[in-house]
Design a binder for this molecule. Structure first.
Ligand SMILES: *Cc1c(COP(=O)(O)O)cnc(C)c1O
Length: 353
């Protein structure tokens, strides 16, 4: 059995859109795509009068190297949000199929599923925010085509042990695609499971440049999976998903000097996370600071609503996560610069003086 047997049959047989850029490339005089022959004002040599490469070779190369996979195992699109959407569309038949998630978790899995009219099945995280592996497997009925795991999880910050992911990939072989969202893995001690895609054809990994790589505004995210899954996703991607200026920004960030700066900032975030966790634990009115492997802390307060408002009045915006199950008393605080974080502590401590 091929992992593609899990995909929608009409997507497997779809004749994809063939763009001018795909059909012919590399000539000197390009008159095949109805583009302007003149560069736009202020282009700076980017060549934005031309449609971009749908999957730019240099960016694929840089990301494949960064993530330790081959270019055939990597799709790059407009953030991992786009990859989530394309996966749901490729694997879930509207009104028939389902995805499985573990709340409290990232909201886009359910949103993408609802847009596709796929059912959302939930197996809640345990009280310590770990995945209930057996309950998850017990919930996998034939309609479930995608199982999403988020590690480190947003908004709890907890990682899923590699052995659990491996066990799930094995148990779900031939049944469902296991999609592991590693948006925050750069901040964790635990390494990526990207290498495991060579062992399990039903394992997919989501990575992004939006968090540790400081490029949320450029929208560059990747899906790592078996080459057959990647080829399928490329059949349904928008014709030109990646704007030239965004590709250029990503290549600068992934250059040796760009990577050096990013790694320094990751180290600062990890250090700040430890400092803030212990400092916040001592703030009156704080019930608990959840341990986190990501670049944020989920913090329980006696009165989260009042704390949220007080921070807002001081010009500090944090995320109110009280709507999530098990987090009815919590706010999520992203790690900023050391100065920004110190200001958070000052405001929180002042309120109780
Ligand atoms: C932020 C986030 C994303 C979105 O990443 P983009 O690449 O910016 O689309 C994906 N998954 C999780 C868990 C996130 O927190």
């Amino acid at each position: 059995m091929s992992v593609l047997d899990l995909a929608r049959p009409e997507i497997r047989s779809l004749q994809p859109y063939s763009s001018a850029r795909m059909e012919a490339d590399g000539g000197q005089i390009m008159l095949n795509a109805n583009e302007s022959a003149w560069e736009p004002v202020g282009d700076g040599g980017l060549g934005c009068n031309r449609y971009p490469d749908p999957q730019p070779a240099a960016l694929l190369q840089a990301l494949a190297q960064l993530y330790g996979v081959s270019r055939e195992q990597l799709f790059v699109g407009r953030g991992s949000d786009e990859a989530i959407d394309l996966l749901v569309r490729a694997f879930c038949r509207a009104g028939q199929d389902a995805i499985l998630i573990q709340p409290p978790t990232f909201g886009m899995y359910a949103v993408s599923a609802r847009i596709q009219n796929a059912t959302v099945i939930e197996t809640p995280l345990k009280p310590d925010f770990s995945v209930d592996v057996q309950a998850l497997l017990d919930s996998v009925m034939p309609a479930v085509k995608l199982v999403f795991l988020c590690t480190p999880n947003n908004p709890s910050g907890k990682s899923i042990p590699r052995e659990d992911i491996q066990h799930l990939a094995r148990q779900l072989t031939g049944k469902a695609l296991l999609v592991v969202d590693e948006a925050y893995v750069e901040f964790s001690d635990q390494r990526s499971v990207a290498d495991l895609i060579n062992r399990y054809d039903n394992l997919a990994v989501l990575r992004t440049l939006s968090k540790a790589w400081a490029l949320a505004g450029a929208r560059v995210g990747s899906l790592l999976a078996h080459a057959d899954v990647i080829a399928l996703i490329r059949r349904i991607m928008p014709p030109y998903p990646l704007p030239l200026p965004c590709v250029a920004a990503a290549l600068v960030e992934l250059s040796p000097s760009g990577q050096a700066v990013a790694r320094e900032n990751i180290a600062i975030v990890r250090e700040q996370r430890a400092i803030m966790r212990s400092a916040l634990s001592r703030v009156p009115g704080v019930r608990e600071v959840l341990p986190s492997d990501a670049n944020f802390l989920a913090v329980r307060f006696d009165d989260a609503g009042t704390v949220y408002q007080r921070l807002l009045q001081a010009g500090i915006v944090v995320r109110d996560i009280r709507r999530y199950p098990q987090l009815g008393d919590a706010l999520r605080i992203t790690m900023g610069t050391p100065e920004e974080n110190a200001r958070v502590l000052t405001v929180l401590n002042e309120g109780r003086a």
